[in-house]
Design a protein around this ligand. Sequence first.
Ligand SMILES: [Zn+2]
Length: 281
Amino acid sequence: MGWASLSEDACLRFASASAAVIVMLISTPSRAIESTCFGTLSNGRLENGVKLPLNGPNFSSYSPLASTLGRTYVHSKVLEVVVAAYTALEQSAPGKVFVYGETGWASGGRIRPHRQHQNGLSVDFFVPVRDRTGRSVPLPTSAANRFGYDIEFDKGGRFEDYTIDFESLAEHLYRLQVAAKARGVGIALVILDPPYLPKLFATPRGSFLVRNVKFLKGAAWVRHDEHYHVNFAVNCVPIEDYHARASTTTPATVSATPSSMRGPNLSSRRKSALSASVNSG
Ligand SMILES: [Zn+2]
């Protein structure tokens, strides 16, 4: 039956039904995905994990390949906080660029070589750096340096032509803390190589960070010189609930990762000196 043969009445009814559907579609608020985390940072899972955007005006992923392989999922609250902080930095740190690193799988669980990163609440951020001319540039992260994780900064915060920009790092942590608080969550812990903390605290945001953000004071299981690890504080469901649920439903999707991309294989040299460790990384 063609349009021409429809009665006027049928056309009107069709038009009004179509309009109703359109109005419904427009007026229905789009529901953002909300994640659920289970268990702890080092024995956890994630449901409805969301992927960090590959890049924005002032930030980028450490590796588009790793992102594509699913290594940059987080809890939805964490995504909101991370993106809001970068947006705020566009104003408060104009011209500065930032790189984030590994986070976790869409469904959480162990993501080697990390000990934490299991329930969507851990994020690694690479240190913001200046080049020889003083310009803010992304730290060069590639397969050649195990996606950035094999870069070694010296005690002064220098690596080749790059110098850690502690002022921008402090501003980033400040913005993360503010964005987290505004969303009813928080920062549980920041891990940065302890010898760098005095440099961080000497910046304009230093006194705020001392008062409001908890830093790991001892050595972590790997030296956190090229990246800082942030654990966000979000209420999670006990891991037993995840297992109980999993046993009555289809098993959670396991993120398959080719052996060529198993993440930064942190060298044994770097691990060994720091083995007496607190859970980190
Ligand atoms: Zn980490």
